[in-house]
Each structure stands twice: as structure tokens, then as C-alpha cells.
Design a protein. Structure first.
Length: 331
């Protein structure tokens, strides 16, 4: 069996709640107002303490995401303040439902900055528009930039120029801050998840894999903890729905034991070093298996691997042939 030296994580990502004010059709985590699971402040503090005890020399950041973590503002404020006492950078991912006016956004973010918040990431897109008006995202992002916070705005797109994208680009104040590099505007190609709709039946094909070999940049990089205490291997769009991405539970085993368990899985190392397209290309070239049609999205390619029992069986049976080459770029 191959033995790899684990790489220490650089941040703690707390998926602090599955509850969200929105119920987007294609939410990657299936969040909605009906999902009640969330971490209390005490739980978040405990998870941070245990992570710092194991990897305090390398961890520099705490990230809060969800769901919508700002549905629990008191807990968010306390954990930001606690993170600051540990001299860690603290970031939040939010859909901005709370930024109903520029004044309110500025006041809310100003208080969070005083407590120790260092960066904000705001998400928006076509699905979001039914639940959170784009002007709320504009209010929050402009306020955050003017407060001196590090700001990223993620616009979810589906392989076409979205109306949301066009509206933001017509906003002269917003785009001036983008031009001045005070707002990082990112366009994220999204995937279909079809929450609360009929299941989708993807056809399989026998065709070459043309997608570029891009290593998974989030695989085994951070300590990612769900409201249930599960530790995830990555933060990819399809990870939460993939049982293979669960490394263990922080309430049952030590942080270090659970996190470093992932480095014993050569398939995860292959994803980290060469990416899912490289794996599917190997499957195509070395078997007669058909592969599910994907959107071409990096995480959709990963989903095609783990959702197909025949592909997984083939990779297990042929592991001795691919393991050394797949892990050769690890160090």
C-alpha cells in the first residue's frame, strides 16, 4: 500500500447551517428554509479549538458558509470575535438577504469588521433572483469594499451570458470598484441539481474525454465540517451529495485522524494531483465502459465517477495499475 505524507490544512471551513432563506432549484447543498440543522456558537468554537490543537501551526483562516450563516447573526458575531482572538482571518459567504439597503449593509458589515471580519464573499445568480434581489448584493459588496474588507462576488452562470451578469456590468459604481481591484468579480459555471423536481436521467456514451486535466484545488486542503460533524474531503459543488467525500465525524474521532484518513485514499489523491477528467480518460482508454454525459463542469466530471458503480468497481480492481502514476505529482 502506498504511504503518503499528509499535507497540513491551511483553513477551517464551517458549513454552519443547512437552513437558508432561499430554496434555489439548483442549490448544491439542497438548502432551504425547511432545513434546520445548524451549529451553535459552542459547537463552532469546539470545532475550531480541536482543529487548532491539531494544526495550529498551519491554519490561518476560518470560513463560515451554509446554507445562509447570517440567519444566526449572534452566533456569527461571536465566532468572528473568537477567531480574531486567535489572530485568524475570518471570512463569510452570504447571499445578502439582510442587505435591504446600503445603509443597513454598511452598518452590519461595519460592526462585523470591528469584531474581526476580514473578508466577505457574496453569491448571486439567476436562481438567487427569485429570493434575493440583485440590489441587495450590490448594497453589500459596495459597502464591504468601502469599509476595506476583502470582497469577492460570485455570479453563477450556466454556459451563457446571464442577465445578472449584464446588470452588474452596467452598474458604474460597482464596476469602478471592480476595476480598482476592491471587488473581485467571479463568474462561476454552475451545475444542475434539480432540487424538488423530477429526477434527471443522464444518458451514457462511449466518447473520448476532451476536458482539460485540471487538479482539484480543494481536495484535502482544508478542514471542512458540516452541521452534523462530518468532515468533508473537499468543497466542490457535488461534494455534499457524495458519500465518498465524507472522511469521518469529528464527534467520534480526532480531527487529525479524520482529516489524514483522506490521504490513504489513492483515488482522492488522483483527483488532487490530476483531476477528474484524467481519471475518466483512463477509464475510457482502459475499459469498455460508457460514461455518463456531463456538463463538462469540473465537479460534474467528479460526480460522474463516484455515481457510477461500474466505474468505481473498475478503478478498485485496477488500482495496482494506476496508483503510482496517479500519485506521482503529489509532492
Amino acid at each position: 500500500m502506498l504511504s503518503l505524507r499528509p499535507s497540513a490544512p491551511s483553513s477551517i471551513c464551517l458549513l454552519s447551517t443547512l437552513r437558508c432563506n432561499a430554496s434555489c432549484k439548483n442549490c448544491c447543498n439542497g438548502c432551504s428554509p425547511d432545513r434546520g440543522a445548524h451549529m451553535t456558537y459552542e459547537q463552532m468554537k469546539t470545532y475550531i479549538d480541536r482543529s487548532m490543537e491539531a494544526y495550529g501551526q498551519t491554519i490561518t483562516q476560518i470560513g463560515l458558509t451554509g446554507g445562509e450563516c447570517m440567519l444566526y447573526p449572534a452566533d456569527v458575531e461571536k465566532i468572528i470575535e473568537y477567531g480574531a482572538t486567535l489572530r485568524l482571518n475570518v471570512s463569510i459567504l452570504s447571499n445578502c438577504f439582510w442587505a435591504t439597503s446600503y445603509a443597513k449593509a454598511y452598518q452590519t458589515l461595519g460592526r462585523l469588521k470591528q469584531l474581526g471580519l476580514t473578508s466577505m464573499c457574496f453569491s448571486t445568480g439567476e436562481d438567487h433572483q427569485k429570493w434575493v434581489p440583485l440590489r441587495y448584493v450590490r448594497n453589500a459588496s459596495v459597502a464591504a469594499a468601502r469599509l476595506g474588507l476583502k470582497v469577492q462576488v460570485r455570479v453563477e452562470t450556466y454556459r451563457y451570458r446571464a442577465p445578472t451578469q449584464a446588470r452588474l456590468e452596467r452598474d458604474t459604481v460597482f464596476m469602478r470598484l471592480v476595476k480598482d481591484k476592491r471587488i473581485d468579480l467571479c463568474y462561476i459555471t454552475w451545475m444542475d441539481f434539480n432540487n424538488k423536481t423530477e429526477s434527471c436521467h443522464h444518458r451514457k456514451y462511449r466518447y473520448p474525454i476532451y476536458e482539460e486535466d485540471i487538479p482539484c484545488r480543494s481536495m484535502l486542503r482544508d478542514i471542512i465540517i458540516t452541521p452534523y460533524g462530518d468532515v468533508m474531503a473537499c468543497t466542490g459543488l457535488s461534494a455534499f451529495r457524495n458519500p465518498y467525500m465524507r472522511l469521518g465525524n469529528i464527534n467520534k474521532d480526532s480531527v487529525q485522524e479524520v482529516f489524514e484518513r483522506g490521504f490513504q485514499d489513492m483515488l482522492k489523491i488522483w483527483l488532487r494531483t490530476k483531476g477528474p477528467a484524467n481519471i475518466l480518460r483512463y477509464v475510457h482508454d482502459n475499459s469498455n465502459l460508457w460514461i455518463r454525459n456531463t456538463s463538462g463542469h469540473h465537479c460534474d466530471l467528479c460526480r460522474a465517477i463516484f455515481a457510477d458503480t461500474k466505474i468505481m468497481d473498475f478503478l478498485r480492481e485496477s488500482a495496482v495499475k494506476w496508483a503510482y502514476d496517479a500519485t506521482s505529482r503529489y509532492y
